[in-house]
Design a protein around this ligand. Structure first.
Ligand SMILES: [Zn+2]
Ligand SMILES: [Zn+2]
Length: 335
């Protein structure tokens, strides 16, 4: 179904800053009309066939651009518990990319031009979010320096150090479309702004429910949690024995960790995705954390342009910039 503006009939999308659905055409924020999907599964706005993937719970009609929310699929175990709202608009996300890559002279032409502003997609990625209570401990010999006047005495003693900690909100992305290493690279997400899920939040975005049960992600989540737990434990133990001979590697290898309890839930986290394909078929994809603005993507350079860029820098120095600029313009479409 989609949210239709009661005034002008256009599509309404959710605006988190205003806390309401808003018509992109006339700005109306009053109660929308809800239009269910046509019985034949076609877009109720333009009649084109909609073909959402098996996990898709929100998406865009490829023909008229209307945002649909497949509410009936986001129920029961497939209903997200929490959603972290975007704090950026799509335009702001695009501006971040422009800023990040503006320093490269050898840009692929057009890739970050304003003409492409509307190509940025908002995606709510399904994550299994794990929370743990753990007990950590370390027992071992410690050599400690004790200062007595001008003398330093080395004393060896046995120490036993332990505590319990709560490690909440360890996310593992649960969408096969999203490369795991990239999703790890756009972290962190701050869960304090997460809110209880409501279907209208998805109008204006693409979203999926988890592609596999949580069990499949448990091992990876444990490894992520273990890393955080070890960091925390090292910090605390080293602070407790500042004059000892403990090293981080010794603590990590000797530390005991026991999981006291573990929970996990299905949440949606925001990422902006921007794709660009050159005429020769080279593809560039950029990912922007919709909350904390972390960016992942490769620098869009071509070898030819890079070489010319260097030549241009040299020529500027020689006062021949005009000639080289002309060459760059002529080769603009040569990728
Ligand atoms: Zn309207
Ligand atoms: Zn349509």
């Amino acid at each position: 179904m989609f949210y239709r503006c009661g005034s002008c009939g256009s599509n309404m999308v959710y605006n988190f800053n205003k806390g309401t659905l808003e018509c992109l055409n006339c700005g109306n924020m009053e109660q929308p009309e809800l239009l269910p999907a046509a019985a034949d599964g076609n877009c109720p706005n333009c009649g084109a066939p909609l073909d959402p993937g098996p996990y898709e719970i929100a998406g865009k009609c490829p023909f008229c651009g209307t945002y649909h929310v497949y509410e009936e699929k986001a129920v029961g175990e497939h209903a997200p518990v929490r959603i972290i709202p975007t704090t950026l608009t799509r335009v702001e996300a695009f501006r971040l990319l422009q800023k990040e890559y503006s320093r490269y002279v050898a840009l692929v032409p057009e890739i970050f031009s304003d003409k492409r502003l509307n190509e940025v997609q908002t995606e709510y990625i399904p994550y299994w979010v794990f929370s743990y209570r753990v007990r950590m401990g370390y027992t071992g010999d410690l050599k400690e320096r004790i200062f007595r006047g001008s003398d330093t005495i080395i004393k060896t003693r046995r120490i036993s150090f332990s505590f319990e900690a709560v490690l909440n909100d360890v996310p593992k992305d649960a969408s096969d479309r999203m490369p795991d290493d990239i999703m790890d690279a756009v972290e962190p997400f701050q869960f304090k702004t997460a809110r209880e899920f409501r279907p209208e939040y998805l109008s204006g975005a693409r979203a999926e429910y988890f592609n596999h049960p949580s069990e499949q992600y448990r091992k990876d989540a444990y490894a992520k949690m273990r890393e955080k737990a070890e960091d925390l434990f090292c910090r605390k133990l080293l602070a407790a024995y500042p004059h000892g001979d403990l090293s981080e590697s010794r603590i990590r290898s000797g530390m005991q960790l026991e999981v006291v309890s573990e929970t996990c839930e299905f949440d949606l986290l925001p990422v902006y995705i921007y794709e660009y394909a050159t005429e020769s078929g080279r593809k560039f994809t950029y990912y922007i954390n919709g909350q904390t603005e972390e960016i992942y993507g490769s620098v869009p350079v071509s070898r030819l342009r890079m070489a010319l860029g260097c030549a241009a820098a040299g020529a500027l120095f020689l006062g021949a910039a005009g000639v080289v600029n002309l060459i760059l313009v002529l080769l603009g479409g040569a990728l």
